[in-house]
Design a binder for this molecule. Structure first.
Ligand SMILES: [Zn+2]
Length: 143
């Protein structure tokens, strides 16, 4: 997760910096942070400090980068410094990502609930480390 921390610091977001990383078969296939479309001005909040609609979340940005490459997200793991919102959760499930590991919990948890119901392995980083069991390891394919 140190890598995702470093990635999050690349974000121009003034309110919250989020980093996401996609790993498949031991290789990093994508990483990104919350921000605007490529080539657009990097301002992410309006005059009142509210996040503007044009901002894409780190998870969406990371998945979009894979879509523009020859890679596939099928069976990949997404690491994020923040748990996903419901819109990113839908995208994560739909592109075949099979595991999510996040550090901090977003104020709305319906994204996590959605992914769990969709059969995706979801682990908060601390739980991920604390709850290592043979069953868990066999589910992740690490055993
Ligand atoms: Zn999101």
């Amino acid at each position: 997760m140190r890598v995702t921390d470093l990635i999050s610091q690349q974000s121009y977001a003034q309110d919250r910096k989020v980093g996401a990383l996609i790993v498949k078969e031991g290789n990093i296939i994508s990483f990104s942070y919350n921000g605007t479309l490529s080539g657009q001005h990097n301002c992410t909040v309006d005059a009142s400090g509210r996040t503007m609609d044009k901002v894409l979340h780190a998870e969406t940005q990371a998945i979009a980068k894979v879509a523009r490459s020859a890679q596939s997200t099928e069976g990949a793991t997404l690491y994020s410094t923040l748990s996903p919102c419901i819109e990113c959760a839908k995208l994560i499930a739909q592109v075949g990502i099979s595991r999510l590991i996040y550090r901090n919990t977003y104020k709305y948890t319906e994204g996590i609930d959605f992914l769990k119901k969709a059969g995706i392995l979801v682990n908060e980083e601390d739980n991920h480390i604390r709850n290592i069991s043979p069953e868990w390891l066999s589910k992740t394919g690490l055993l």
